[in-house]
Design a protein around this ligand. Structure first.
Ligand SMILES: *[C@@H]1O[C@H](CO)[C@@H](O)[C@H](O)[C@H]1NC(C)=O
Ligand SMILES: *[C@@H]1O[C@H](CO)[C@@H](O)[C@H](O)[C@H]1NC(C)=O
Ligand SMILES: *[C@@H]1O[C@H](CO)[C@@H](O)[C@H](O)[C@H]1NC(C)=O
Ligand SMILES: *[C@@H]1O[C@H](CO)[C@@H](O)[C@H](O)[C@H]1NC(C)=O
Length: 390
C-alpha cells in the first residue's frame, strides 16, 4: 500500500526579517487499496465475460447468462469523481490545519523568555532515578491501535520531536511549539471526520516536528534520534512544490558595486532552485519598476532552462541608481501573481514574492493589507534574502 503525503507549504512571519517556513502534511494510505480493489473486480468481471464469449459456446448459455456492457467512459468518470472526493477530503483536512496554524501564529507574540512544558516524543513516560517524570516528559497515556500498525498512540494529543543536535528549550522552538498546540484540536477533528487519515504532521523550518497521534519515540542504540523533518522527502517535496515566484531586486543607489554583483548572484541562485513546474518573473526597482526582460512584462514565465538563462543574461544589464521605493514594486508583484492565478496556469496555491535588497527598512503594511489580509487569500509568501553589506 503506497502512502500518499498531502502537504501544504507556507512561509509566514509578522516581520519580513523573521519569516518561517512551515510544512503541514497528512498521510493517506487506505484510498489506494480501495480503488485498487474496485478496478480489479471490474476488470475481472469484464475479462471474465469476454472469456465466456470466446471459449464457451455462448449461444447455449444465452438464456441464463447476460453479458453486461461496461461503459468505459462512465467507469473512468466514476473513478475520477471518487478519487477527487477522496483528495478533496484530504486537501480540506490539510487546509483546515493551515488555517488554524495561520490564525494561531498570527495571534501569538514571540516571547524569548517563554517557558512552556510540552510533550517531547522521546521524553514522555521517562522517569529519573528517583522515579519522577523528567522535564518535558510527563505521563502520557498510550493505547495500541490497529489503524496505526498496532503502535501505542494517544488520539487526543500530538507529540513534539526535536532533533538530537538541537536544544529542546531553544526560545524559537518553545515559541513555535507553544502556538502550534492549537493544531491538536484540528488534528483530532480531522481524524474524526475522515478516519482514513493516518499520521498528520507539522514540520517547522526551526526543526521541531509535531506528530499526531501522539506516540513514543525511542532513540537508536547510541541514544541518538537522527530524524530531522527538514530532511524528509515529504518536507522537501512540499517546500519545493510548484510555485509562482516574483523576484524583486533592489537597484537603488545603495546597491552599487559589489552589492549589485551579490544581488545578481542571489537572483541567479534563486532561479537555480526553480524547476520546470514553477513560474517566475524578475522585477528590478528603484523609484520606478523595471521588468528585467521588458518583453515579458505583466506575466510569469515557465522556469525552464531556456527562460532562466535568458533572464540571467538580462541581469547583467542592471545598474544601480536612484532611491528604492518598494511599495510600487510590491503592488506590481501582487498584481501579476493575482492576474496569473486568474489564468488558471501556475501553482494556484503556492505563490511567493522574494525580495533581494541590502535592507528592508520600511514596512508596507498597507500593501499587504490590501492584497493579503484580512481575507488572507494569499498566505504571506514572503522570503527575504538579506545579505551583509561587506
Ligand atoms: C492522552 O494523554 C493525556 C496525558 O496523559 C491523557 O490525559 C489523555 O487521556 C490521553 N488521551 C487518550 C485518548 O488516551
Ligand atoms: C493488531 O493486533 C491484532 C490483535 O492483536 C491483530 O489481529 C491485527 O492483525 C494486528 N494488526 C496489525 C496491522 O498488525
Ligand atoms: C508593459 O508593456 C506595455 C505594452 O507593451 C507598456 O505600455 C507598459 O508601459 C509596460 N510596463 C512596464 C512596467 O514596463
Ligand atoms: C487562485 O485562484 C483560485 C480560484 O479562483 C483561488 O481559489 C485561489 O485562492 C487563488 N490563489 C491565490 C494565491 O490567490
Amino acid at each position: 500500500k503506497p502512502t500518499i503525503f498531502l502537504c501544504a507549504f507556507f512561509i509566514m512571519g509578522d516581520c519580513w526579517l523573521n519569516c518561517n517556513l512551515y510544512v503541514l502534511c497528512s498521510s493517506v494510505k487506505l484510498w489506494a487499496s480501495a480503488f485498487g480493489g474496485e478496478i480489479k473486480s471490474i476488470s475481472a468481471k469484464y475479462s471474465g465475460s469476454q472469456l465466456l464469449q470466446k471459449v464457451v459456446k455462448y449461444k447455449e448459455f444465452e438464456k441464463s447468462v447476460r453479458v453486461e456492457e461496461i461503459d468505459g467512459l462512465k467507469l473512468v468518470k466514476n473513478l475520477a469523481v471518487k478519487m477527487e472526493e477522496v483528495f478533496r477530503k484530504k486537501a480540506e483536512a490539510t487546509r483546515r490545519l493551515v488555517e488554524a496554524a495561520e490564525e494561531a501564529h498570527h495571534q501569538h507574540e514571540e516571547n524569548p523568555d517563554l517557558q512552556y512544558e510540552y510533550f517531547n516524543a522521546v521524553l514522555i513516560n521517562e522517569v529519573d532515578e528517583m522515579g519522577n517524570n523528567v522535564e518535558l516528559g510527563g505521563e502520557f497515556l498510550l493505547e495500541p491501535n490497529d489503524h496505526f500498525n498496532n503502535l501505542s498512540v494517544n488520539l487526543s494529543l500530538s507529540v513534539v520531536q526535536v532533533p538530537t543536535n538541537m536544544y529542546n528549550k531553544d526560545p524559537d522552538i518553545v515559541n513555535g511549539v507553544y502556538w502550534s498546540e492549537a493544531l491538536n484540536k484540528v488534528f483530532v477533528d480531522n481524524f474524526e471526520r475522515d478516519p482514513t487519515l493516518i499520521w498528520q504532521y507539522f514540520g517547522s523550518a526551526k526543526g521541531f516536528f509535531r506528530q499526531y497521534p501522539g506516540v513514543k519515540w525511542h532513540p537508536d542504540e547510541h541514544g541518538v534520534i537522527g530524524f530531522d523533518c527538514r530532511n524528509r522527502k515529504w518536507y522537501i517535496q512540499a517546500a519545493t512544490s510548484p510555485k509562482d515566484v516574483v523576484i524583486l531586486v533592489d537597484v537603488s543607489g545603495s546597491m552599487k558595486g559589489l552589492r549589485l554583483t551579490i544581488a545578481r548572484q542571489t537572483v541567479s541562485s534563486i532561479l537555480d532552485t526553480l524547476g520546470d513546474d514553477d513560474f517566475f518573473n524578475v522585477i528590478a526597482y528603484n523609484q520606478e519598476i523595471h521588468y528585467v526582460e521588458p518583453c515579458l512584462n505583466g506575466t510569469l514565465v515557465r522556469a525552464d532552462r531556456t527562460n532562466k538563462d535568458h533572464f540571467r543574461e538580462h541581469l547583467d544589464k542592471l545598474f544601480a541608481k536612484g532611491i528604492g521605493l518598494l511599495g510600487e514594486a510590491l503592488a506590481e508583484a501582487f498584481t501579476i501573481l493575482n492576474d496569473f492565478n486568474q489564468t488558471g496556469r501556475g501553482s494556484v496555491c503556492s505563490q511567493a514574492i522574494m525580495l533581494v535588497t541590502d535592507g528592508a527598512t520600511e514596512m508596507y503594511d498597507d500593501v499587504f493589507e490590501k492584497y493579503n489580509w484580512p481575507e488572507r487569500k494569499v498566505t504571506l509568501f514572503l522570503s527575504l534574502f538579506l545579505f551583509s553589506s561587506t
